[in-house]
Design a protein around this ligand. Sequence first.
Ligand code: 4FD
Length: 249
Amino acid sequence: MNFHILTLFPEMIMNGLNTSIIGRAVNKGLLSIEAVNIRDYAFNKHQSVDDYPYGGGAGMLMQAEPVYLAYEAIAGKLAKKPRVVYLSPQGETFSQKMAEELAKEEELVLLCGHYEGIDERVLEEIVTDYVSIGDYVLTGGELPAMVMVDTISRLIPGVLHNDVSAEFESFQDHLLEYPQYSRPEEWRGKKVPSVLLSGHHANIEKWRREQSIIRTKERRPDLLQKCVDNGLLDKREMKFLRELDENIE
Ligand code: 4FD
């Protein structure tokens, strides 16, 4: 996967994504990250890229032309037009499912807005996907772009140490993860659940699955409902859930 990020703050992107796992994946040649500075495509002598909105209103807008020239500098080098994601509070909410879909692309352009956003006309010309990472407003699209790069990158084979874990997780993805424990066996009077020390793999799997159900019911009842609706729990697990419900009432 080759990520191309259009931004006014390229150093923020590059500094934020040189962490151990993503940095190692780049060094291994599993992915590349290029940050293109939109300011390099400013056309006036002051290198400004923003202006007042027609019709008035608060704040400034990023102008169309520098964004378009920066986009052309990337797209012009590619065999076909890439998907272009605009990070904005007005987009479709980012999800694991969307990440899995985007991970299939060979090239991905992420457009980061600043100020009050970008002139609508260039968005109409180049943007294929409007994406938001959640219902809150940030000063720029850089953090959302970094969230997307990180989420998509860990799905690329070879990026994670344990190459089965991303696959297994997506298999389990309708329930929350079960609790996990490492040494010591007792910490400040709190013991590791004995089943995990038993070496009985079937019992351990059953316990973990039940813990996932309990946890999802407590923390994400909306996800558990989806799980039930989609028939993702087997007969024994549905019985376990009914018994949980009875104990609460
Ligand atoms: N929730 C998000 C994305 C960008 C952003 C911006 C229009 C503001 C939050 C376009 C207005 C971009 C998000 C920059 N804030 N701020 O994903």
